[in-house]
Design a protein around this ligand. Structure first.
Ligand SMILES: [Fe+2]
Length: 273
C-alpha cells in the first residue's frame, strides 16, 4: 500500500502569489501531474495542513479543483494558515468523519485502509504555534486503545525542535503530553507532520517522526541563533509512504522536471561506462 503525503501547499486566490513570490497553485499542479504520471498509483493522499495561505473559501476551492484530477481519497487536517472552521466548511465530508459533529477540532480516523491513519488537528485559532489540548489527547488515547492495528498519527505541527529557531518558536506546545500518549501504544509506527516545509526526521517516543517537504517553498536551512525567517525555492517534493505490516518506509520524491531515467546496464546487462 502506498500513501502520498502532500503538505503546506499554501494555495492563494488567482492572481496572488504566496509572500509575493510563490505561485503555489502552479507548484501543486506540478505535484499532482507528477503523482498522476507515477506507475504506482497511491491508495490515498494525506495533506498535513496549510492547504491555504489565508484560510479563504476561494483558496480551499482552488485547492480542491487542483487536486481533483488525482481521483484519489484526500484526507486533510488544518495547519496554522488554515482553521478548523475553514477546513470543515471546505470539506463537508469531515462532519461524518468526526462523528457527525458540525464544529470543533478536525480529529478523525481513516479506518478503511490497511494502515490506520489518525488525523489530528493541532491548529490554534489565529496563532502560528500548535497545541493538541487535553481533549484531543484523551480522544487520541481512546482511538489507540480501540484497535491494535498498525497506525500512523498525522498532525501539522512537529512535536520536536528542529534547530531552525523561528520555526521552533511555533511548534507543538504540548509535545511532552503527546509523546506520553504515543509511548503507551506500540502499534503506532510513526508520526507525520508538516509546518517546516522540509524533510526532517527524528525519533519521538521511540518511533520515526518525520516532517514532510512542501510542494512549494522550503523554510531555509539556517541554524544560527539570529538567522532571519526566510525561505528558499528548493526543489519541491512529495512524500510517498510505502506500508507493509509492521513497517512504513518513507520516500522523499522531488517533483520533476529533471533529467532521466538513464539505465545502469546496457542491453547485454553490462554496467554502462
Ligand atoms: Fe506552511
Amino acid at each position: 500500500m502506498l500513501i502520498a503525503q502532500l503538505t503546506d501547499t499554501h494555495i492563494r486566490i488567482p492572481g496572488k502569489l504566496a509572500y509575493g513570490v510563490v505561485d503555489s497553485s502552479a507548484y501543486l499542479e506540478r505535484a499532482v501531474a507528477w503523482l498522476r504520471a507515477l506507475p504506482q498509483r497511491p491508495d490515498a493522499v494525506v495533506v498535513t495542513g496549510d492547504l491555504t495561505d489565508f484560510d479563504q473559501l476561494e483558496e480551499y476551492a482552488r485547492f480542491r479543483s487542483i487536486m481533483e484530477p488525482l481521483d484519489l481519497p484526500v484526507h486533510v487536517i488544518p495547519g496554522n494558515h488554515d482553521s478548523s472552521v475553514g477546513v470543515r466548511e471546505a470539506f463537508p465530508q469531515i462532519v461524518a468523519r468526526t462523528g457527525g459533529k458540525p464544529d470543533g477540532k478536525v480529529n478523525y480516523v481513516v479506518e478503511e485502509l490497511p494502515l490506520r491513519i489518525i488525523m489530528l488537528d493541532s491548529s490554534v485559532p489565529k496563532k502560528p504555534h500548535g497545541e493538541l489540548g487535553p481533549e484531543t489527547l484523551e480522544w487520541l488515547d481512546r482511538q489507540l486503545m480501540k484497535s491494535r492495528r498498525d497506525t500512523v498519527v498525522a498532525l501539522h505541527h512537529p512535536p520536536f525542535l528542529t534547530g531552525i529557531r523561528h520555526m521552533d518558536a511555533q511548534n507543538l506546545k504540548d509535545a511532552a503530553a503527546f509523546e506520553t500518549v504515543i509511548a503507551r501504544h506500540a502499534h503506532v509506527l510513526g508520526v507525520w507532520c508538516g509546518h517546516v516545509h522540509r524533510t526532517i526526521v527524528t525519533n519521538f517516543a521511540g518511533r520515526p517522526c518525520r516532517i514532510a517537504p512542501s510542494t512549494a517553498h522550503a523554510v531555509s536551512f539556517a541554524l544560527a541563533k539570529d538567522a532571519p525567517a526566510s525561505f528558499h525555492m528548493e526543489p519541491p517534493a512529495v512524500s510517498l509512504h510505502l506500508y507493509e505490516p509492521g513497517r512504513v518506509v518513507s520516500h522523499t520524491c522531488f517533483v520533476s522536471p529533471y533529467d532521466g531515467p538513464y539505465p545502469f546496464f546496457d542491453t547485454s546487462n553490462r554496467l554502462m561506462g
